[in-house]
Design a protein around this ligand. Structure first.
Ligand code: FAD
Length: 403
């Protein structure tokens, strides 16, 4: 009998993980959490903590971490299967700030003391993290950031402003890029600091997004004292850690599963909705054409994602794979989300955040109508955060076309 190759083993491991996730969703996921996620409600901090701890109990939350750091040492394919399958099943967002973003930076570049101090509380979700990268004038051009940290004895004194900081209002800690010196290149003198959000001098101001909710914030830092012990890696070398983190940010498994989830919802909604012409919406030629195009785009996206994962496993990635999946995935997701709102008809016009949150007002149309509109509105940002589509196309042009 021939022995299976590592790639075949990884595919088999990923298939088993998908089965386990489907069983978990059917049998273990608490009904209330499933209902909220199914209606696309905005979850409270307590919901997210419950969700992350449930995943940890399954042994999945840090499955992508190496075994000697407490993870399961998943392959790229298993990691993809985890993110993709949860999203296909319509599960809540696996908040990435601790487990996916800063955790790997700490176990890769941090001191032993930092690992002991921070990693257990990330794994147990006892401490909530936010990402302090973007600033006014420093989003796509991140190296242009201006928040300054000057050294005073055993502290850095940090002054500046971060913006679009997701869930900073809940965060205990923020990992933050700061300038500790200036050099000829904008990337010079950037350092990676871990900042306690209870420190004096921090002000968090809400930004309300067009879905009517408070997901993102401005974070103002005014002479905030941060122990030097909270510097990760070498002073002035933070740009390489920042890029390491961004590579993890752009493993885009979830967007494939999210696209599939909303596509199936669109098919069901179109099948249940009467057409103004008589019959069902799904039988209208324009809807059939739209669904057919979405299905083809989804299949191409899924195939590209598998090719990308296999390239990662074979050490043959070009660096452009994540950019391709990000652009294609988020743009497909947005187009399907828009078609869902169209299919809602009048129920897609009346958007009511109170009805979405059970304030005694039933939504117009199906139970998830408010959530469908909320997702459409919020995810206009999906082609901006994590690297805008234009910037991803620049990456593709350089890597694939050599421009
Ligand atoms: C909902 C949401 C949540 C976010 N959460 C976080 C968070 O938690 N932490 C965090 O640090 N940041 C967060 N961000 C910020 C996000 O990373 C930035 O918005 C993103 O990097 C774009 O930067 P910008 O907003 O400054 O836009 P800009 O960089 O100013 O871009 C403006 C426009 O110019 C285009 N553009 C810019 N440069 C180029 C170029 N070289 N070539 C072609 N076109 C270009 C862009 O594509 C865009 O259309 C979040 C953003 C949003 C919307």
């Amino acid at each position: 009998m021939s022995k299976s190759t590592p790639l075949e083993q990884a595919h088999a491991g990923a298939a088993r993980l998908r089965e386990d996730i489907r069983r978990f969703c059917a049998e273990t996921l608490p009904a209330e959490l499933r209902r909220k996620a199914g209606r696309h409600q905005v979850l409270a901090k307590a919901d997210y903590l419950q969700w992350l701890r449930l995943l940890q109990r399954q042994g999945w939350l840090v499955g992508h971490w190496p075994r000697d750091c407490g993870g399961a040492g998943w392959s790229a394919l298993e990691r993809f299967a985890f993110e993709d399958e949860l999203a296909r099943q319509g599960c809540p967002w696996v908040l990435p700030f601790g487990v996916k973003y800063v955790g790997p930076v700490i176990y890769t570049y941090g001191t032993e003391a930092q690992k002991d101090r921070f990693l257990p509380a990330i794994v147990s979700s006892e401490e909530f993290w936010a990402q302090g990268y973007s600033e006014p004038g420093a989003g796509s051009d991140l190296a242009a950031l201006r928040t300054e940290a000057r050294r005073e004895g055993e502290h850095y004194v940090v002054t500046g402003q971060k913006v679009w900081t997701t869930y900073a209002q809940w965060a205990d800690w923020m990992f933050c890029l700061v300038k500790t010196s200036r050099g000829p290149r904008p990337q010079d003198g950037i350092s990676f600091l871990l900042i306690d959000m209870r420190s004096p001098g921090i002000t968090v101001k809400p930004i309300r997004t067009m879905d009517g909710y408070h997901h993102v914030n401005e974070v103002w830092l005014d002479e905030v004292r941060v122990p030097v012990a909270n510097l990760v890696g070498e002073e002035g070398e933070g740009w390489s850690h920042a890029k390491f983190l961004l590579r993890n940010e752009r493993t885009a498994g979830a967007i494939v599963g999210m696209a599939r989830h909303v596509l199936r919802r669109l098919e069901r909604l179109a099948a249940d909705t009467p057409s103004p012409e008589g019959g069902r919406l799904i039988d209208e030629p324009s809807m059939r054409q739209r669904l057919g195009e979405f299905e083809l785009r989804f299949l191409a996206l899924e195939a590209a994602a598998y090719q990308a994962m296999e390239a990662v496993m074979n050490g043959a990635e070009s660096g452009a794979e994540a950019a391709l999946i990000k652009v294609r995935g988020t743009e497909l997701y947005q187009d399907i989300a828009e078609a869902l709102v169209d299919a809602l008809g009048p129920a897609g016009i009346a958007y009511d955040t109170a009805a979405l949150h059970d304030a005694g007002l039933p939504p117009l149309g199906p139970d998830d109508a408010g959530g469908i509109v909320k997702e459409h509105l919020y995810n206009r940002a999906a082609t901006i955060f994590g690297g805008s589509s234009e910037v991803q196309r620049n990456i593709l042009a350089r890597a694939v076309l050599g421009l």
